[in-house]
Design a protein around this ligand. Structure first.
Ligand code: T1G
Length: 696
């Protein structure tokens, strides 16, 4: 098999091409080929300069993540870059696409750097729970100011070519789009100007005072929220400022090895691949996506306006319908403000904004304007009657082959489909609020939904840069069904003796951005209250039911929007515990004959996770979710589950399924009906298997 690295010499310029699709990852073969080519070029007396570039859509996008966790295969990337840097011939890295991680580190090992204007650069290793381990933490601070190096390395974001040029990270932005030619031209100029080698490792690093660095370190620690990689990044950068290069590189190596040994990197690498694997559903093989250029949106409330914005940002033509003209105007204003915000944040260019507002977006009060839409999605009130009425009308108006979608968050998509003569064209597309920000999209597949329509849903998600997860039909689909389960478990912990405030703190210490009760106050307690009232008739009388949230709602306290809910929302002092809430809970315990006991943070989390894992196992076992990774991705991208724990079922594998099953049996003593072990969980424990074994 030919090497993914080829070298040609053209009039004294050695051109090294890396060709390892899809992203030129630094596999063992690439590393081997790169260093052999560099040695050969350096030994060739006719070669006056060396250019390295990537074939295809991008320069190197990093180390080959698929090699992680396997025995190291020499040559190691750090050594390759160190040797590459010390060749006696000037080297040019010619960059396009995304030069990331080990790719940017390789570029920093070159003496000069040129890029296309569309090039982007970053060190995203922290998103994998590790750090730039091939000299990045030592060389980057030798080019950019420490504050910028800290931001790039601990934040893992990308910067564009203009900023890179201003920082000195690249020396030139190439004209046109032929990066190979631009690299060669730059090399020729260097030779004609007599420019020599310029190894960064020989440069002095930028520095800040110890006090300034400690201030940066404490800010990074605050943002890390339990993730240890950013802390090790700071230690590596500190080493770069205080040690000679070789010792700093050694310290960097120790620090990345610590991170590889932590479960956090395993969890985040799992999440990286799961984010991509989740889009590989069976219907993509059997279905053909339909072209979706024109989208109709029914309903201009928060969700409808958010969905319309997301579709417009993806380049679709959007018509949004409301019943009344005033409501339609309000929706248009909401969409306009979302788009203006996107321009301000640099997510939308002004000319693209003008094109949208100049003709790609309109509102209407007449559903007949949907006649030529390729897909119409409704985001109307969560009532089956209302949705059935809407679908009945759309079925008549929309062209044959148009897809009819519902944004319902729990209603039965099969029942909705039955209101039409085209159930095979009906699908659920459950967006998460705010729909133009949240990446998760549950694609809910009805019994009769055709493979083409499923494939179309996933293609639309990709166009809208959403992470689509395939869900079957059940109450709450994947995410909300699991949320309802762990919320019940948390309420059980409160009835047993925990306070909502202890619970929120324990959940935040576990790594969630916000605990359950803070989230509820933010979302509005009335939403959950309406949900519980909707399901009251079908509630299992034998299951424990926590009433304290209903009592709070009956006082008209719906959370932040009314100033009081579980917390008192004080404008000056922020969120404060509410003694009246504690009194309501104490009264309920007394009514239920419960003698409260101290509930440790560990027990709160054990309950929370046991319920989440158990319901997740039911969701997978019933085929609502295709694989355990689909549940992980749902909770990671829609429910704030900490990414460095990999998702509930990856987490379950790390704590051990037998422990989880034992916890469930322990809590079942309080509420047998609720704590019924999932058959799949029992089977895996009996077989000594993991959830991961079901992901392949
Ligand atoms: N290694 C292996 N496979 C990779 C890969 C990588 N680094 N990056 C992408 N892929 C696969 C991906 O799984 C998918 O495979 C396909 O390529 C297309 O990816 C020593 C230790 C580059 C911005 O973290 O951010 O360097 O699903 O769907 O949306 O310091 O991929 O088709 O089979 O994402 O156009 C650091 C990770 C590594 C970059 C392109 N680098 N990749 O996005 O395509 S650690 C990263 C990305 C490191 C050194 C350290 C994105 C992208 P499949 P895609 P995309």
């Amino acid at each position: 098999m030919s090497s993914p690295v080829q070298m040609t010499v053209e009039d004294g310029i050695a051109v090294i091409e890396i060709n390892n699709p899809p992203v030129n990852a630094l596999s063992q073969a690439v590393r081997q080929g790169l260093i052999e080519a560099a040695r050969a070029a350096d030994a060739d007396p006719d070669v006056k300069a060396i250019v390295v570039y990537g074939a295809g859509r991008t320069f190197i996008a990093g180390a080959d993540i698929r090699e992680f966790g396997k025995p190291p295969m020499p040559p190691g990337l750090p050594e390759v870059i160190d040797e590459f840097e010390l060749v006696s011939t000037p080297t040019v890295a010619a960059l396009h696409g995304t030069a990331l991680g080990g790719g940017l580190e390789t570029a920093l090992g070159a003496h000069y750097r040129i890029a296309l204007a569309s090039g982007r650069f970053g060190l995203p290793e922290v998103h994998l729970g590790i750090l730039p381990g091939a000299g990045g933490t030592q060389r980057l601070p030798r080019v950019v100011p420490i504050a910028k190096a800290v931001e790039m390395i601990t934040g893992g974001g990308m910067i564009g070519a203009k900023e890179a040029l201003a920082l000195g990270l690249i020396d030139e932005i190439a004209e046109g789009d032929d990066i190979r030619a631009a690299g060669i031209a730059m090399a020729r100029r260097l030779v004609s100007e007599g420019k020599g080698v310029r190894p960064l490792s020989a440069e002095e690093p930028n520095r800040v005072t110890a006090e300034e660095f400690e201030t940066m370190r404490s800010m990074v620690a605050k943002k890390a929220r339990g993730l240890i990689a950013p802390l090790n990044c700071m230690k590596a950068i500190e080493a770069g400022m205080t040690m000679p290069f070789t010792e700093g590189r050694q310290r960097e190596r120790e620090l990345i090895m610590e991170l590889f040994a932590s479960p956090q990197s395993g969890a985040m690498i799992h999440a990286f691949f799961a984010d991509r694997e989740v889009a590989k559903v069976p219907e993509l093989k059997t279905g053909t996506p339909r072209n979706i250029a024109k989208m109709g949106v029914v309903g201009g409330g928060t969700m409808g306006a958010g969905i319309a914005t997301s579709a417009l940002l993806a380049g679709l033509d959007v018509t949004l319908a409301e019943r009344e003209a005033e409501a339609a105007e309000r929706a248009a204003a909401t969409v306009q403000s979302h788009l203006a915000g996107a321009v301000k944040r640099g997510k939308l260019k002004q000319d693209a904004y003008d094109a949208i507002m100049g003709g790609k977006f309109r509102t209407t009060t007449d559903y007949n304007d949907f006649a030529d839409a390729d897909l119409v999605i409704e985001a109307v009130f969560e009532s089956m009657e209302v949705k059935k009425d809407v679908f009945g009308q759309l079925d008549v108006i929309c062209k044959p082959g148009a897809i009819l979608a519902s944004n319902t968050s729990y209603l039965n998509v099969d029942e909705i489909a039955a209101m039409t003569n085209r159930p095979e064209d009906v699908i659920g597309l459950h967006f998460f609020s705010p729909a133009h920000v949240m990446r998760l999209l549950e694609v809910v597949v009805g019994d009769k939904t055709s493979d083409d329509v499923v494939a179309s849903g996933f293609a639309l998600a990709k166009t809208m840069k959403k992470i689509a997860v395939r869900s079957g039909v059940c109450d709450g689909f994947i995410g909300n069904r699991i949320l309802n389960a762990y919320a019940k478990a948390i309420n059980g912990a409160v009835l047993a003796g925990a306070s909502p405030y202890d619970v929120d703190r324990a959940m935040q210490d576990f790594g969630l951005a916000m605990g359950l009760f803070r989230v509820a106050d933010l979302a509005g307690l009335d939403i959950g209250w309406a949900n519980r009232k909707r399901k009251a008739d079908s509630r299992d009388p034998n299951e424990q039911y926590a009433e304290f949230a209903d009592r709070i709602c009956e006082l008209g306290r719906f959370g932040r929007k009314t100033g009081r809910g579980f917390y008192i929302h004080d404008k000056a002092k922020g969120e404060l515990p509410d003694d009246e809430v504690l009194e309501i809970i104490a009264r309920e315990r007394a009514d239920k004959g419960i003698t409260p006991r101290a509930i440790s943070d560990a027990e709160v989390i054990d309950r929370y996770m046991a319920a989440m894992i158990n319901e997740s196992a039911k969701v997978v076992g019933e085929g609502i979710a295709l694989r355990p990774l689909d549940v992980d991705i749902t909770l990671l991208n829609g429910y704030g589950f900490p990414r460095w724990r990999g998702g509930p079922l990856h987490y379950a594998d790390t704590v051990g399924l037998d422990k989880v099953l034992n916890d469930i049996k322990t809590f079942a003593k309080e509420d047998t009906n609720f704590w019924q072990p999932a058959p799949l969980l029992e089977q895996l424990v009996a077989d000594g298997k993991t959830f991961a074994s079901l992901n392949r």
